[in-house]
Design a protein around this ligand. Sequence first.
Ligand code: ADP
Ligand code: MG
Length: 693
Amino acid sequence: MNVPETFGINVFNDSVQKEILPKEVYKALRATIEAGKQLDVSIAGTVAAAMKDWAVSRGATHYTHWFQPLTGLTAEKHDSFIEPDGDKAIMRLTGKSLIVGESDASSFPSGGSRVTYMARGYTAWDPTSPAFVKDGTLYIPTIFVSYTGETLDKKSPLLRSMTALDKQAKRILKLFGIECKKVCTEVGPEQEYFLISEDEYFKRKDLRLTGRTLFGAPVTRGQELEDHYYGAIKPAVAEFMRDLDEELWSYGIFSKTKHNEVAPAQHEMAPIFSTTNIAVDGNMLTMEIMKRVAKKHNLVCLLHEKPFRGINGSGKHNNWSVSTDTGVNLLNPGSEPENNLLFKLCLTAVVKAVDEYQGVMRASVASAGNDHRLGADEAPPAIMSVYLGDQIGALVDSIVKGESYTATKAEKGSIGVPESPIFPKDATDRNRTSPFAFTGNKFEFRSLGSQANVSDANICLNTIVAQAFCEFADELEGKKDLEKAINALISRELKKHYRIIFNLDGYGPEWEQEAAKRGLLNNKNTADAVPVLYEEKNLEVYVKQGVFTKAEAIARADIRLENYTKIINIEALTMIEMAKRDVIPCVSDFIAVLCQNVASKQAVCQDIPFKTEKTLIKRLSALNDATSAAVEKLEADLNKIDKSQISEASQAMAHVIIPDMEDVRKYVDEMETLTSSDYWPYPTYFDLLYSVK
Ligand code: ADP
Ligand code: MG
């Protein structure tokens, strides 16, 4: 494969646009894309025709507006290019069809922001993210809004949050005499996933219906040998990864790194970072392509945050930075961070934003699946904090304490063998336990769930940092002795928000206690984390930065709680179904066989011992009864919940239903370890985790 030649072959990217669009049209389109100029509608017809010709040359017969509704997934509805021309057909895409589409919005979640009888929804072209051809269809990235203009998707607030950050960051840069066309946030989302055999997957109702195993005794070999992480990649997985790379590259996604992760059957892919909305689209496409490519290899790609208990789950590291179109990275400390006033000011803004809106950040990564990871010693805790590392940590300490700063310069490393090269060491070590770590010239938000649409976390980051920039600019603009004012502000704000900085181990109970002393939030599950979003201050920040109206922000919080409730409800129902119809009857059959064995032994000779059978019969009978009782309780508690009361229902799910489900699982998992594998109704963790060749 000639990678440079085939890279982005399915994408209507800059090079294609330059080649096939008339010069003036190309210039106008680029002005929109690069400098955020309002789209010149008069060029739409020409762009549409060119796009259609290009797509048809790549085998397309259809086009679709591609959008990201509040389900967290992507949505598409295909129309053919076909139009009658007498009794013949011609292929056509009009400017109007490119720019707007109408879509029945009534079946998408809207959290009450769109009354159902007004079902009209509109999709509108997002020219900043390139269109592409997939499976004979031209995909046009769009935003999705209601008839009355309320946003119904994740894309439009993301774009608004980028606009807000651009506006406020430019005000900060202006203080330093730096002019630029555009300030953008860049994101590199590292994606973790599991690969299991398709045959085994289809035998598990829980995996098929909920994406995770609701039962499963621990496998005798988990991740304790730490031999899977970065280990040699199995041939079947290597073939999958090669195919995945080729597909991703053809869609212009810079898939860069691939390796085995900590848990058996767990892997990771990291792309090279790009502008946030493009990174988001790329990640949505990546997740879909991962599933498709897996299918081709008779595998299933699990993107759930916690498919298996007892081994690590999957997350997504959201590497985030802020740069100008002229290449200035606002979070680059340079060689002398102590003298880099712009960096210090921007860093302070981020620290302030995280401290003031820690609840919003926590809520932005809250989901039923992610609740299993955060704080479980495999992912950052549910407490938000900022890790700065030795060098920047020492700089901040010196500012807060008013002491002079002695630079800890990056050293040169050597392994003490003359033949081995001297390597430049990073100025900071890694801290894998922090939710939000400064990593050289960017922050790594590590709390995201693996199946999340990363828009939510980035809308939050962009908005809260824009707000901090905005407050700083309000204070500093027009100051006579600007440098003095900036230094005073940095020192004051770092002191005020110092509690959010934590450079030590974020796992374990000591930090929980320490964080509680510092007054930091620790909302352990979605039902407890999301209500923070209804607080006045947290609604206001979105309104002030023009990202959501108050009604939109409330609607989104409602949807998160509703979605959480629905997911736990599906999990509980699936568990009940599996326990009642499969596990309990199978164990009962096995008990019957044991009883028959005892009876036939006795018929032959009273003296034959049957201690083993009797012990098993007793234990399994007791456990099967306990399972029935626990399932009955779960069913009864589930029936009591009024799902129309979003807040109460989500609380009941978190604090009643999940503990009930734990009980059922406890008995079933023990029965699994005692029941003959011939009788167990489902593939075990061993079958699921060790079946890929
Ligand atoms: P690791 O986290 O394994 O150390 P890197 O830090 O090199 O790896 O990169 C992790 C991810 O961060 C990659 O997706 C990379 O493209 C992205 N990244 C690197 N620099 C930036 C940046 N300035 N802004 C946003 N993302 C970045
Ligand atoms: Mg990383």
